[in-house]
Write a protein that binds this ligand. Structure first.
Ligand code: PLP
Length: 376
């Protein structure tokens, strides 16, 4: 059997990894400034992570959500403390799309309404409602098309106001990334997020903060939306949550009430996934990785901002987009094949940096040296 060919692949076979570094099958070493797409939050094969997972596997790998699982309760407790959302409730699932799918469904159950407000260049996943709320018709199958999603321009508080004036009574939820990732690293303004909060409060709609890529400490705060100083009703997380072990989370404000059977999953919240997520949360806390992401990110952005070939630098913490001129469009590939540095991309010419939150200063310098040598 062959693999279903949906991914354009780099011609590299990755074999092992440690911290911010990855090795291929030829023994070549690469600096990982991509983190497997914002997934590697505490560094590859972190010893505390390996130990927690190994210990858990030796105790119990799986049981379903029909019994008490201590490790699940311990995770909810720890995440509440580390994120500062102690009064929120946690629903566990397996991926970012699933987290958003459940969040949107929950908002609709809660309000009894059908309309979702989403934004241009937004990405929320590939399951049916998450993809319908994603601004990319190419990945929306005919069966996923729905008249229930309203797309508005990102960071446009006036357009939002007009929409709520006309249809506020029908809107179940507004879903927004604090920093758009796939869309090219676009930071939501404070005013815009505050406007979403106030309009949702006024109309009774649910404010969903998609934190799948921009959350989990990546921006230097646990949730990038919290830079605006107003809380969301629901936060969704995945990517960095398990440092590579599949897990997603829906963080639900206390006024949203559950009933038995409302949401459910077989694998969500299984003991192995919870052990992985606990190791990540403990490491973020013990190693002060939010502070590190802010410090390394500020330094890196300052260093690249005025370089030739750089049109604009956007982002917060270790979620950084470097928009290159057309003449320098090949820098991302050259970084990989000539300098051994993994990065991500967004169309047309944005280099996306999503490294581990534990990135060290010498690794930041290694990236800067490689980058500068290709453009100066
Ligand atoms: C903001 C955002 N939401 C949701 C998703 C979907 O996550 P997953 O691929 O885990 O389903 C992604 C994935 O890139 C994302 O960037």
């Amino acid at each position: 059997m062959q693999l279903f060919d949906v991914y354009p692949l780099q011609n590299i076979t990755v074999e092992r990894a440690l911290g911010a570094w990855v090795w291929d099958d030829q023994g070549r070493k690469y600096l990982d400034m991509y983190g497997g797409h914002a997934v590697i939050s505490i560094g590859h094969t972190h010893p505390h992570y390996v130990k927690r997972l190994t210990d858990q596997l030796g105790k119990i790998g799986f049981y379903s959500n029909s019994v008490h699982l201590t490790v699940q309760e311990e995770l909810a407790e720890t995440l509440g403390r580390v994120s500062g959302k102690t009064d929120y409730q946690l629903f566990l699932c397996n991926s970012g799309a699933e987290a958003n799918e459940n969040a949107l469904k929950l908002a609709s159950f809660h309000t009894g309404r059908k309309k979702i407000v989403a934004f241009k260049k937004g990405f929320h996943g590939r399951t049916s409602l998450a993809v319908a709320a994603t601004d990319n018709p190419k990945i929306v199958a005919p069966v996923n098309e729905t008249g229930n999603v309203i797309f508005l321009p990102f960071n446009d508080a006036d357009a939002l106001e007009v929409c709520f004036r006309k249809q506020g009574e029908e809107i179940a939820a507004v879903i927004v990334e604090g920093i758009q990732g796939v869309g090219g690293i676009n930071v939501a303004s404070k005013d815009f997020l505050q406007k979403i909060r106030s309009l949702c409060t006024l109309s009774g709609a649910v404010y969903i903060a998609d934190s799948v890529q921009c959350g989990y400490g990546r921006s230097g705060r646990f949730f990038s939306h919290d830079w605006a100083g107003v809380p969301a009703d629901i936060y969704t997380t995945a990517k960095g949550m398990g440092n590579g072990f599949p897990i997603g989370g829906v963080w639900i404000a206390p006024h949203l009430k559950p009933w038995h059977g409302m949401l459910g999953t077989t694998f969500g919240g299984n003991p192995l996934a919870c052990a992985a997520a606990l190791a990540v949360a403990e490491t973020i806390d013990n190693e002060k990785l939010l502070e590190n992401a802010a410090t390394q990110g500020d330094y890196l952005m300052d260093q690249v901002r005025d370089l030739p070939g750089v049109l604009e630098v956007r982002g917060r913490g270790l979620m950084i987009g470097i928009e290159m001129t057309q003449e320098k469009a090949d820098v991302r590939n050259r970084l990989l094949y000539e300098k051994g540095v993994f990065t991500g991309e967004a169309k047309p010419n944005v280099i996306r940096l999503l490294p581990s939150l534990a990135l060290r200063r010498e690794e930041t310098e290694h990236f800067l040296e490689a980058f500068k040598s290709l453009i100066v």
